[in-house]
Design a protein around this ligand. Sequence first.
Ligand SMILES: NC(=O)c1ccc[n+]([C@@H]2O[C@H](COP(=O)([O-])OP(=O)(O)OC[C@H]3O[C@@H](n4cnc5c(N)ncnc54)[C@H](O)[C@@H]3O)[C@@H](O)[C@H]2O)c1
Ligand SMILES: [Zn+2]
Ligand SMILES: [Zn+2]
Length: 379
Amino acid sequence: MKALVYNGPHDVSVKTVPDAKIERPTDVLVRITSTNICGSDLHMYDGRTDMESGRVLGHENLGTVIEIGNAVDRVKVGDWVCLPFNVSCGFCKNCERGLTSACLTVNPGTAGGAYGYAGMGPYSGGQAELLRVPYGDFNCLRLPSDAEEKQNDYVMLSDIFPTGYHATELAQLKPGESVVIYGAGPVGLMAAMSASLKGASKIMIVDRLADRLALAEKMGAIAIDDSDGNAVEQVLELTKGEGADKGCECVGYQAHDPSGEEHPNMTMNDLVRAVRPTGILGVVGVFVPEDPKGPDKLSKKGVMAFDFGLFWNKGQTIGSGQANVKLYNRHLRDLIHLGKAKPSIIVSHELPLAKAPAAYKHFDARDKGWTKIVLKPAA
Ligand SMILES: NC(=O)c1ccc[n+]([C@@H]2O[C@H](COP(=O)([O-])OP(=O)(O)OC[C@H]3O[C@@H](n4cnc5c(N)ncnc54)[C@H](O)[C@@H]3O)[C@@H](O)[C@H]2O)c1
Ligand SMILES: [Zn+2]
Ligand SMILES: [Zn+2]
């Protein structure tokens, strides 16, 4: 089969690799029709992880079932399914509680597995013609009759829509509250959409990329361009000096200032300032235990200078971590089916798999208009 292979930093290519196949009786084999490039893929693309060369990338996957293992009960050949980026078993202590991002059995020695991702187990990615889905009955979200037609919406259920929603859940966002979101990338935009679905009164979103901020405005958010002036001050002005009720971090450890210089602690410290006393921060942007290519001594060891004194003084709370996609994907799917949510609004490019290497380059450079790329391996 054809697949997008990671060769090393800033080097991916489409190659012929052995076909994905059923390996265990609980597996499902999916022919991929839509698979996205994610901001998380860029951490690997930028050489900021220990991803092994030769592996197939892609954790935002949707397609049709073409084969099932002998022990698969519920999923049938021909079903349209969307796969959470988390690979999880369904029966461990964490999965039983819905905490599938910390599954204890699929990646022994650590918590949590994913397709095509550094440190997340041996699972091959779905930027390919075929994908092997372990524990198929548990991991496949079956899609309704409009699956094919709305696949650019449903494919967002694999990661960024539930992840954006997770940011608002970690922040315990309630109807009528205000929220400030750092990062207007795909994840931040999905957090803005989720905040709007939850009935937030004021949604403020910080970035410096005009095209992404314009999309956020389309969703009813207030765009804050931090290349125009201090974002924290703009949030305080918009909230009578109090700060937002809640905050979402949707940038992660490669946070930088508008000139491009990296400061891994920038968004976290800004959030402490921009959120009111007793407010809650939901952090879904990725931070890592070590970052050998980080910009300073602390970040190389996965440590940051966090304004804990001010945070403590304000009595704030932080929730963090990967999204438990299965906790939310069913309900978010139904909002798409009923026309109440349209996450495909952020899709800027639909491309065949062969164009993936060029797409990585543009997305990584945050080139104007390259907001979210959906690859179509079956096209
Ligand atoms: N927790 C999870 O389960 C999960 C899932 C998916 C993605 N992620 C992570 O979420 C983060 C965002 O993903 P994405 O796909 O939107 O990526 P992205 O890189 O496309 O978007 C990040 C955005 O943040 C902006 N930004 C950079 N520094 C900033 C700063 N200091 N202030 C404000 N904005 C700033 C950039 O301009 C960009 O628009 C990444 O770290 C990604 O790995 C986490
Ligand atoms: Zn992703
Ligand atoms: Zn588990």
